[in-house]
Design a binder for this molecule. Structure first.
Ligand code: IVH
Length: 746
């Protein structure tokens, strides 16, 4: 690939394929021409100073010149990463255009760059069918499987040409943008492939999306450009650093960040996120008969000429062998790509052959994805910390020399529990293999025994809580040690964090930092204490001004008055009682008194409650400290009664459309796990296939686990699954270092 590429490119690839570079030189020449046209347009349209007479035509010409100039500089800056003017100069042009548009609203161009600003949409996102289905891709995992694919293609179309267009497989969010006569009309997410969500306004705010196709035309009557919305790794890191400084929750990974941003109803928020769209194919495309599009690489050249960013280092490989070389190269350079990639895609280059090959029920016969396995890296295990969760669970966390794994810096990884540490024989000082697949919590796979230092120390799992130093317990048959001291500061802090969190009363404004300060200062010992805070005392805490202190107290007051029974039950953090079960209980009992009085039989008669959940509920209401807490809630007037609406009506469905499969022995009956998943909107599959997104494993998982790992499917343990149910997917991988659930002993 040539280095003077105007598009993104890695270093020299050294891949000796008969590749065809995109027409970069021509593009450069046309860019230089566009830059001077823009400059000339601005000079020639300069208006007389304000106060002097300006003709309508002159104002319109100026507005057009400003639009063209801003779009051009947007493209140089965001798509090509090669700005020609300073931010100040850009801002001056932008301000001039906004001022004119305010004075002359009748002449505002609907595609004006000022329209990239976004705003709030009312209601949810509308859905719309794709004119042509957006298919997924079949995967191959080895050279043999690739050769089989080529063989199948040959059988289906004996004279199919052997050249393939290849590019990296971007791990983002697939999108279709519809242009009519060169103008952006509409944008849809992939959705289920048949029907997507309309995200036109959010997509307009993405600066690498041309609002109007570049060039002279004539443009296709309708052109559906397909591609991926991604966030570059560096942008993602900066974004999270900013969020951390502001005390906001960290985003799990660039893909989640991109997907969340795009689906924001208030696109002002989308605009603030550094999203990019990279185009790689089309849906319906009415190329003019005078210039039919004949090949994938021809298509890529056109997309670039229209002003789109395309996947970096795409190339034409002349033979199946060249494709193998290319994919090996991409795999080896995976880390160096600016965005997360999870494979490479090979597409039959000839569009006529593509058409002739067509699709199976799932995927095209003319293209295939080389999927890379979960990324594994080596690093040194320096220490094992014990974190104490809300329920008192002691979780061992590996403290590692920081390493990037799949685009995210990992310095801590879960070791799950005592048995895992022994089974894997992981010792402090070991070089260990760490892996992270998709959204799954980074984990230690095992030690590299050859590199074990002589003084590597086996880990003695502590039998006391690292925070309160009370004895911990590990019940027969369970894998987890637990601190059962109800007044353990760590347990308390987590309990209060949970109380105000989204899964609790959802008191926006009482963030984790504030809770930590309040608990550490001893001012807040139980959740009930929160409701006795006054603005006067709050101003003494960090980053609290008078108005923020007042708003915090107002938020607490509001929560006290509006909390529903379901929320209050969920906020108590009773083990095994998440939002789902809390809603069920709230629909079955009139108030907290009725729930507290229920016996095991009554509880177990409920559809979602087994003996384990029942015993946890009984244990909670039997604990004196909890009885006291409820009395204080009653005195404070925080005593909601059963809501009229049914439990299911307002249930959020955090797993809508997600596919899961259970294997091995879970702590709950399989049927219940299934029920929970389905109630959250998930589809429970019967076997492992490429369609599967999450395999949830219990003890003795067997062959399904092997197969899923081979397919690169995300594997979760039961806790991970429950986290997913709680809709906590936007938290930093629910990794132990996210500070969400645990307190470290550091
Ligand atoms: S070409 C007919 N190229 O991966 C399908 N797809 O797992 C043509 N994807 O939904 C798609 N990077 O959205 C193509 N360089 C790339 C891609 C890519 C990511 C997505 C695509 C698809 C998914 C399949």
């Amino acid at each position: 690939m040539k280095k003077e590429s105007t598009q993104l490119s890695l270093l020299e690839t050294g891949v000796n394929t008969q590749e065809k570079a995109l027409p970069e030189i021509e593009k450069k020449a046309s860019l230089a021409a566009a830059s001077s046209a823009v400059r000339r347009g601005l000079e020639e349209s300069a208006l007389p100073p304000e106060g002097q007479e300006r003709t309508d035509a002159a104002v319109q010409a100026r507005m057009r010149a400003l639009c063209a100039a801003l779009e051009h500089h947007n493209y140089l800056y965001h798509t090509l990463d090669a700005p020609e003017i300073s931010d100040d100069e850009y801002d001056a042009l932008y301000r001039e255009l906004t001022a004119l548009e305010a004075d002359f609203p009748q002449w505002v161009d609907p595609h004006s760059p000022t329209r990239r600003v976004g705003g709030a949409l009312l209601g949810g996102l509308a859905k719309k069918r794709h004119r042509r289905r957006m298919y997924g891709l079949d995967n191959v995992f080895s050279a043999d499987e690739w050769r089989d694919f080529v063989e199948r293609m040959r059988r289906a179309l004996p004279d199919a040409p052997t050249a393939f267009w290849c590019d990296p497989k971007l791990d983002g969010l697939a999108l279709e943008i519809v242009y009519e006569d060169g103008e952006l009309r509409e944008a849809l997410t992939r959705g289920d492939g048949e029907e997507g969500e309309v995200v036109t306004e959010a997509v307009r705010t993405i600066r690498t999306v041309p609002l109007r196709l570049q060039g002279e035309g004539p443009f296709p009557r309708r052109l559906e450009v397909r591609g991926e919305v991604v966030m570059f790794k560096k942008d993602f890191a900066e974004l999270n650093a900013r969020r951390e400084a502001l005390g906001q929750k960290l985003l799990a990974n660039p893909r989640n960040a991109a997907s969340g941003a795009l689906r924001q109803l208030d696109t002002t928020a989308t605009r603030q996120l550094p999203l990019r769209f990279l185009a790689y194919s089309t849906g319906e495309a009415d190329w003019t008969p005078a210039s039919p599009c004949i090949s994938q690489h021809d298509l890529m050249e056109r997309l670039i000429a229209y002003g789109f960013l395309t996947p970096p280092d795409g190339r034409l490989c002349a033979s199946p062998a060249a494709v193998e070389e290319y994919t090996t190269w991409v795999r080896e350079h995976r880390q160096d790509f600016p965005m997360e990639i999870d494979g490479a895609v090979a597409k039959q280059d000839n569009l006529e052959a593509q058409e002739a090959l067509g699709f199976t029920a799932r995927a095209p016969r003319f293209a295939v994805a080389f999927k890379f396995p979960a990324e594994q890296v080596r690093t040194v295990l320096r220490r094992i910390d014990i974190q104490v969760g809300r329920t008192g669970a002691l979780t061992p966390v590996a403290v590692l020399d920081p390493v990037p794994v799949g685009g995210v810096m990992v310095s801590r990884a879960t070791l799950h529990n005592e048995d895992e540490i022994h089974a894997k024989d992981v010792r402090v000082g070991d070089t260990v293999i760490v892996q992270r697949a998709g959204d799954v919590i980074p984990e230690v796979v095992g030690p590299v025994l050859d590199l074990r230092p002589a003084d590597a120390v086996p880990f003695d799992f502590p039998h006391v809580c690292p925070i309160c130093h009370e004895k911990a317990h590990r019940p027969e048959g369970e894998a987890v040690w637990r601190c059962e001291n109800v007044s353990c500061p760590a347990v308390r802090l987590q309990a209060i964090r949970h109380f105000v969190s989204k899964s609790g009363l959802n008191i926006v404004g009482v963030g984790e930092k504030l809770v930590t300060q309040l608990v550490e200062s001893g001012r807040v010992v139980s959740p009930a204490d929160l409701f006795t805070l006054t603005p006067l005392e709050l101003v003494h805490y960090d980053r609290m001004g008078e108005s923020l202190a007042q708003r915090t107290v107002d938020a607490l007051e509001e929560a006290r008055h509006t909390a529903t029974l379901a929320r209050l039950i969920s906020s108590l953090g009773i083990r095994h009682v998440g939002e789902q079960t809390a809603r069920l209980l709230a629909s079955a009992f009139a108030d907290m008194d009725a729930l507290a009085a229920a016996d095991e039989e009554t509880l177990c008669a409920l559809p979602d409650v087994g003996p384990e959940v029942a015993s946890s509920i009984l244990g909670f209401f039997d604990t004196p400290a909890n009885k006291q807490l409820l009395e204080r809630f009653r005195e404070l007037g925080l005593w909601p009664v059963r809501a009229e609406e049914s439990a299911a009506a307002d249930a959020p469905r955090p797993l809508e459309g997600v596919t899961v499969l259970f294997t091995g022995t879970l702590s709950m009956p399989r049927g219940r796990a299934k029920q929970l998943a389905e109630a959250a909107g998930a589809v429970v599959l019967g076997s492992v296939s490429k369609k599967l997104q999450y395999l949830v494993v219990g003890d003795d998982p067997g062959s399904k686990l092997d197969k899923a790992q081979k397919l690169g499917i995300a594997v979760l343990d039961e806790a991970g699954f429950l986290n997913l149910l709680q809709g906590s997917g936007d938290v930093q991988d629910t990794a132990p270092d996210a500070g969400e659930e645990s307190v470290s002993n550091r």
